[in-house]
Design a protein around this ligand. Structure first.
Ligand SMILES: [Zn+2]
Length: 376
């Protein structure tokens, strides 16, 4: 039998579990589900925005469940259980702070303590803060997240120093110490969606060159224009760091992204190799990032390009590149779409049809990434 979810269920969650039991088998969306010894099963299913049809077959009886998934901007984080600070209620005795637990919702971090600690909260960038609690004694036995897909994550640096990482950029925070709870509440930036597209090189900086003499700067620009058109067609605003063949410094490119408060930054390049390497042997696209919060975007784009199987996938790399490093408040990636100096790959890269397909994939990846970040 099927216990959950009910037909026509709607949710603001990204996934849902299908719960029930079977005598001999259960298929969900045609794949076999593991039954426990007692015949019970519980399977988590990822949801996409809007209507989701789940096909279920239990012991030969087919049924479907239609689930509607939607984002809910007014969703409050689930209430979290507050642990009491250690001995906090032994009246009349002055007690030291002992760090025992940290409770994290999608808006705040709560730490039960006896008194306001001598803390520091340092902004590393809009996606990363560092909290130093300066508490001597610690006995941290649990970090509790109130959400399955937390937007705030904590990483322990030392016993009392923690990195706080956010999925969205933080605009401000508030600290309260109330009822023996030290609480930091964060407010996130809500920006109109704008993507900065950066066609690499330009002017006297040709970049790489193909065996037929085509310059990288021209390919970067034509792909950037196609990508912008594709995004605009989907209703997304874009800004290009250059829209014709001109010289532009790396710092000017970053300045354009920052000044316009862009949500995402993508730099487009075509690769070459230094002397001593064999261009016959290296091909494919690669994706580069610098700040940790850009890794997800790099991964997302790489998976989409990889799935299209137009080319070999050469990997995701953390690279200390100016346009990535100097743009810490915006998820930023640099894509090398392939090796312009590779004898075969260069012909593919220069094809209009390849550029059109690639622009479409990139536009889709950027859009889906943005939605995945804003869908809770
Ligand atoms: Zn380049």
């Amino acid at each position: 039998m099927l216990v959950y979810p009910p037909e026509g269920h709607d949710t603001d969650s990204k996934r849902i579990f299908v719960l029930g039991s079977a005598k001999s088998f259960c298929l969900i969306n045609d794949s076999n589900i593991r039954l426990e010894g007692n015949g019970n099963f519980c399977k988590l299913i990822q949801l996409k925005l809007g209507e989701n049809k789940i096909k279920i077959n239990i012991d030969g009886n087919s049924l479907t469940r239609t689930i509607y998934a939607f984002p809910n901007p007014n969703k409050n984080p689930s209430p979290i259980a507050y642990a009491r600070p250690y001995q906090a209620f032994s009246k009349g005795i002055k007690l030291d702070n002992i760090l025992q637990s940290i409770l994290i919702s999608n808006k705040d971090i709560a730490i039960p303590l006896n008194s306001l600690p001598d803390y520091t909260l340092e902004k590393i960038n809009a996606y990363n803060y560092r909290l130093n609690l300066s508490i001597v004694e610690q006995d941290l036995d649990w970090i509790h997240y109130s959400d399955l897909n937390p937007e705030i994550k904590i990483e322990k640096i030392s016993d009392t120093v923690f990195d706080i990482r956010f999925q969205k950029p933080v605009s401000k925070y508030k600290i309260l110490f109330n009822n023996h709870v030290f609480k930091i509440s964060f407010t996130f930036k809500v920006k109109p969606f704008l993507i900065c597209i950066d066609p690499g090189h330009g002017g006297s900086q040709f970049g790489a060159i193909s065996p037929k003499g085509i310059f990288e700067k021209d390919l970067n620009l034509s792909l950037a224009i196609k990508l912008a058109a594709e995004l605009n067609h989907q209703g997304v605003k874009t800004i290009l760091t250059r829209n014709h063949d001109m010289e532009k410094s790396l710092s000017e490119r970053v300045k354009i992204s920052k000044k316009n408060n862009c949500n995402l930054f993508i730099s487009l390049h075509h690769n070459a190799l230094p002397d001593g390497r064999d261009p016959n042997k290296e091909s494919g696209f690669s994706c580069h990032y610098f700040h940790e919060h850009s890794f997800e975007l790099a991964k997302f784009i790489s998976l989409k390009l990889k799935a299209a199987s137009l080319q070999h996938f050469a990997g995701i790399y953390k690279q200390n590149l100016h346009v990535l490093r100097e743009n810490p408040d915006t998820p930023s990636v640099l894509i090398e779409l392939g090796y312009l100096i590779h004898p075969l790959e260069s012909d593919l890269l220069c094809k209009k049809s390849f550029q059109t397909k690639t622009a479409r994939i990139l536009a889709k990846a950027l859009l889906e990434f943005h939605r995945s970040q804003n869908f809770q």
